[in-house]
Design a protein around this ligand. Structure first.
Ligand code: F6P
Length: 346
């Protein structure tokens, strides 16, 4: 009997730990007699029948390497009937028994819809933003937090020397996980997250209060998806460019914040936008282990034919969660963390 073929794709923004997931899937599936195909550049690999067979040498020496050896893109396979039909046709022509889609909110939502149309698919959650529901933590988040925390630590000394306000813009479209964890770990004085609107007055009051206490500098951490309230009006900053899912490219709220702080109080403010530095490079040991657990379990889900499920870790236990449940809402910051931020601001 011909070996069963399984496909893997990585969709959406890349993330440290993706290669560790791919490695785990391949190493778990080959001894079970599967052939593993990496569909190149996300869903686009299925649409263009662009793939690469993955054997042991392909996944050797990659556990510590950032990015994804099979490429990624924000291609939306569910954008119209013609594209969906093409995907199903190619799935059949490639002789795929099942597909593992490793992705964030966009990729997993589309995977759920493709499952509902009859595709043999399982998901594995991936995002540095840590906003996927029904799983404790996504791999890549820990690495991003480490990078952002180191940046905040470094900014402290220059902020103090120059008596400036340093605004650090971190990633986080819908959720302030990175801003909160890195901000708390780095001892930031103000943290702004997408889940809670903060007014310019509140930010400036915190900085002024610190000044009165003799602290001549402040560190403000802002998630790129956070909004700012100015004169009672909500300001959200984004670029005009949109992706295949209709999402605007973010970035710029940090600069706006720094400009407004300078206008309002007599202090110089500077901005550091961490951007893709948070997504690139070597995953932390924690993320490598987490990614390996997710990958090995996703391979089990394929083997057990648990189509329409996502490999999840709930209360630190591997669990199969229906994709429908995982994509129903986003995992935003729990109130407990927001309370902690309020207690430790200023
Ligand atoms: O992976 C999610 C994310 O990190 C968001 O926080 C951010 O808005 C987005 O990726 C940016 O990705 P790109 O520049 O690759 O479109």
């Amino acid at each position: 009997m011909a070996p069963k073929r399984i496909g893997i794709l990585t969709g959406g923004g890349d993330c440290p730990g993706l290669n560790a997931v791919i490695r785990a899937i391949v190493r778990k599936s080959l001894p079970r007699g599967y052939e593993v195909y990496g569909l190149l550049d996300g869903w686009s690999g299925l649409l263009k029948k662009n793939f690469k067979k993955l054997d042991y040498p392909d996944v050797s020496g990659i556990i510590h390497v950032g990015g994804t050896i099979i490429g990624t893109s924000r291609t939306n396979v569910y954008k119209d009937e013609e594209t969906i039909k093409e995907a199903f046709k190619n799935f059949k022509e490639l002789g795929l028994h099942g597909l593992i889609a490793i992705g964030g909110e966009g990729t997993l939502t589309v995977s759920h819809k493709m499952f509902e149309r009859g595709m043999n698919i399982v998901g594995a959650p991936k995002t540095i933003d840590n906003d996927i529901n029904e799983t404790d933590f996504t791999f890549g988040f820990d690495t991003a937090v480490e990078v952002a925390t180191e940046a905040i630590d470094r900014l402290h000394t220059t902020a103090e020397s120059h008596k400036r306000v340093m605004v650090v813009e971190v990633m986080g479209r819908h959720a302030g996980w990175i801003a909160s964890f890195a901000g708390l770990a780095g001892g930031a004085d103000v943290i702004l997250v997408p889940e809670h609107d903060t007014s310019l007055e509140q930010v400036c009051n915190s900085i002024e209060t610190r000044k009165k206490r003799g602290k001549v500098f402040s560190i403000v951490v802002v998630a790129e998806g956070a909004s700012l309230i100015k004169d009672g009006k909500k300001i959200s900053v984004h670029k005009s460019r949109v992706d295949d899912f209709g999402r605007h490219q973010l970035g710029g709220v940090g600069q706006l914040l720094a400009d407004e702080i300078e206008k309002k109080i007599n202090m110089e403010a500077r901005v550091t936008v961490l951007g893709h530095i948070q997504r690139g490079g070597t995953p932390t040991a924690h993320d490598r282990v987490l990614a390996t657990r997710y990958g090995a379990y996703a391979a089990d889900l394929i083997h057990e034919e648990k189509w329409g499920h996502m490999a999840s870790i709930l209360n630190n236990k591997l669990t199969a969660v229906p994709l429908a449940k995982a994509v129903a809402t986003l995992k935003t910051l729990p109130d407990e963390y927001w309370k902690l931020i309020q207690e430790f601001s200023e």
